[in-house]
Structures are given as structure tokens and as C-alpha cells.
Design a protein around this ligand. Structure first.
Ligand SMILES: Nc1ncnc2c1ncn2[C@@H]1O[C@H](COP(=O)(O)OP(=O)(O)OP(=O)(O)O)[C@@H](O)[C@H]1O
Ligand SMILES: [Mg+2]
Length: 319
């Protein structure tokens, strides 16, 4: 079996070969797949690869982050609505499940869907039909469901925040994407891939980093995983070796701390909180999941705080 070349999935380390093997195993099947892994590790890349290798590849792949939809809109976003279903519903809108007809739907951050909505989602998955908001009629759907999360699902179930029956419905097959620090051998190939990708996009070429730099990159922990490495490569393309400073910066943050604490004496708690959030965000390449984890916050609370303090980087709410 060819496991070297799977659409868009770079890396040939033992962990990645195993992952590609799993991708090709599940692609032909119809059952749901739950993709687990740290933020930025490539969960969506895996979902797209499964879709591309499946008999559904000609039909749409519809991806949506459940965290990005406000609780009140999740049902209409996924299932659609009829004209007049609510005040702003001027005309009928097809939901994401119907948009994915014949193909696959990818529900990212599934751990964040509101408890109040989980039962309705479960019913849709069981009965394979959706009911648009404001409609009494059910529409049959033929959609393969994939979901992803970096949340500890068992813990969410234990805390009563996620339904066990829904989890069982979603995790017929579980795939775990290993964090980048556990497959450092893949870093040169990923760097090469990202240089080519962004060189094509921006119309500039850039040399591969030399061996010594690649060794430094391999030794780095990459808390933001492949996404963080990609950000690094973008900087490398435009800045060259100066890009490496970002790796040093994490270390030097602690040296600035004396200055920071003196300034903090004249600040309110809110100002300090905002400053800490900005610092940690900058330190993890603007990766909100990693930032939330480091601050011991749920991602939602981080988003709320960012919104409250006017820190840019929160997607505007729809509707
Ligand atoms: N194995 C890989 N090969 C090529 N590109 C990759 C790979 N893994 C990740 N990437 C790239 O890294 C970035 C992040 O990947 P992706 O969005 O799939 O991560 P994720 O796990 O879904 O992150 P999040 O938890 O934040 O949703 C994307 O730009 C993606 O193209
Ligand atoms: Mg994702």
C-alpha cells in the first residue's frame, strides 16, 4: 500500500506513516471518524485527506468550527432554516449538512458544542435526516461525518458537559494526530513544503535553512505544532535568519519580567490581565488554543476576555 503520498499530508516519520495507514483504512468506510490532536497538529488536513481518498471525493467537503458559531445560531447554521422561521429569516437557507450532501461534513472543535444542542445533533446522526428551523418536514441526508477536537472528551463526559451517547456515535473510529515534537524527523520535509507553498503564493523564492538551523528547529518544542512551524517559515521567507529570534524570544520573556512587575504596580487587575493575555498570545504565535491552555482558561473564556479587552484576533460573530 502506498502510504508515502497521501493528498496534502506531509511527513514520513514512523508516527506519520502509521497515521497515513489509518487514513487509508478508514477512507473507504462510511462510519464517523473522530480526529484527536493538539491545536495546529493537522486535524483538518487529516479530515480532508480522508475525504479525498473516499468514494465521496467528487462531492463537497464542508468544514466548520463549532466554536466559531454562537450558541443561538448553531442549529440554523448546521440544519438551515425556512423563510419566516425567525425575525431575520427572510428567505430559506440550506444548512451545512445539506450543503455537504453526498460528501463529508467536518465538525471541528466538537467538544465545544453546547450541551443543549447535543441531543438534536445526535438525533440527526441517528436518523440521517435534518429538519430546517421552522419546517415540519425532514430532509434525508447522505453525509459522512467527521469531527475533531483537542479537548479531553472523557473529561468533558465525566463533567457532564458532553453526552456519552453522542461521543459513542462520533468515535466509531478514532485517529490521533501526534504533536510535532514527537515527529521531529518530519520538520525538514514540512519546511520544504511550506517554502514551496508560500513562495508560490507570494512569488518569491527562499533557500532551505541549513543543517544547523534545521537542527535547532527540530529541537524546538512547537507548542502550536505544524501551524506554528508554518508561521515560522513565512517569517523565514521574508526575514531569513532574523526569523530565528522568535524562538529565542520565548526564553527572553522571563528576563523582561522585572520590568513588567514594576509597571504592574500602577495597573488595574483588568489591565494586567489584558497585558498577560497579549504577552502569551504573542509568545505562542497567536495560537488561541495554546494560549488558553497555558493560561488555564477554556478557549471560550479566552475569547470572551479578548473581546472584553479589545484584543484583536477574535473572529467577528455572524448574525
Ligand atoms: N502533515 C501536514 N502536512 C502539510 N501541512 C500540514 C500538516 N499538518 C498541518 N499542516 C498545515 O498546518 C496548518 C494547521 O493544520 P490544521 O488546520 O489541519 O490543524 P488543526 O489540528 O485542525 O488545528 P486546530 O486545532 O487549531 O483546528 C494548516 O495550514 C495545514 O495546512
Ligand atoms: Mg482545525
Amino acid at each position: 500500500m502506498v502510504t508515502d503520498a497521501i493528498h496534502g499530508v506531509i511527513g514520513n516519520s514512523p508516527r506519520m506513516r502509521e497515521l497515513k495507514h489509518q487514513i487509508s483504512q478508514v477512507a473507504g468506510a462510511e462510519f464517523p471518524v473522530l480526529i484527536l490532536g493538539e491545536s495546529g497538529s493537522g486535524k483538518e488536513v487529516v479530515a480532508r485527506a480522508i475525504h479525498q481518498l473516499s468514494p465521496r471525493k467528487q462531492a463537497p467537503f464542508v468544514g466548520q468550527s463549532c466554536l466559531a458559531i454562537p450558541e443561538t445560531l448553531i442549529e440554523s447554521e448546521l440544519f438551515g432554516f425556512e423563510a419566516g422561521a425567525f425575525t431575520d429569516a427572510r428567505e430559506r437557507r440550506i444548512g451545512l449538512f445539506e450543503q455537504a450532501e453526498g460528501g463529508s461534513i467536518f465538525l471541528d472543535e466538537i467538544g465545544d458544542i453546547p450541551l443543549s444542542f447535543q441531543k438534536r445533533l445526535l438525533r440527526v446522526l441517528q436518523e440521517r435526516e435534518v429538519r430546517r428551523l421552522g419546517s415540519t418536514e425532514a430532509v434525508a441526508i447522505n453525509v459522512r461525518v467527521m469531527a475533531a477536537t483537542n479537548a479531553p472528551m472523557e473529561q468533558l463526559v465525566a463533567d457532564g458537559r458532553f453526552r456519552l451517547d453522542l461521543l459513542h456515535r462520533l468515535n466509531t473510529f478514532e485517529i490521533t494526530v501526534p504533536p510535532l515534537r514527537q515527529r521531529q524527523e518530519d520538520i525538514p520535509a514540512l519546511v520544504e513544503h511550506f517554502i514551496a507553498k508560500h513562495a508560490a503564493r507570494y512569488g518569491i523564492s527562499s533557500p532551505m535553512p541549513g543543517t544547523a538551523i534545521l537542527e535547532r528547529l527540530k529541537a524546538f518544542s512547537w507548542p502550536g505544532n505544524v501551524r506554528e512551524l508554518e508561521n515560522f517559515v513565512v517569517r523565514w521567507i521574508s526575514l531569513g535568519e532574523e526569523a530565528l529570534e522568535i524562538l529565542d524570544k520565548r526564553v527572553s520573556l522571563s528576563f523582561e519580567s522585572q520590568d513588567i512587575s514594576r509597571r504592574w504596580l500602577s495597573m488595574t487587575m483588568d489591565e494586567i490581565e489584558a497585558e498577560v493575555i497579549k504577552l502569551v498570545l504573542a509568545d505562542c504565535g497567536n495560537n488561541k488554543s495554546v494560549c488558553a491552555k497555558r493560561l488555564g482558561l477554556a478557549r471560550k473564556s479566552l475569547y470572551n476576555k479578548m473581546e472584553r479587552y479589545g484584543i484583536p484576533g477574535v473572529e467577528p460573530r455572524k448574525g
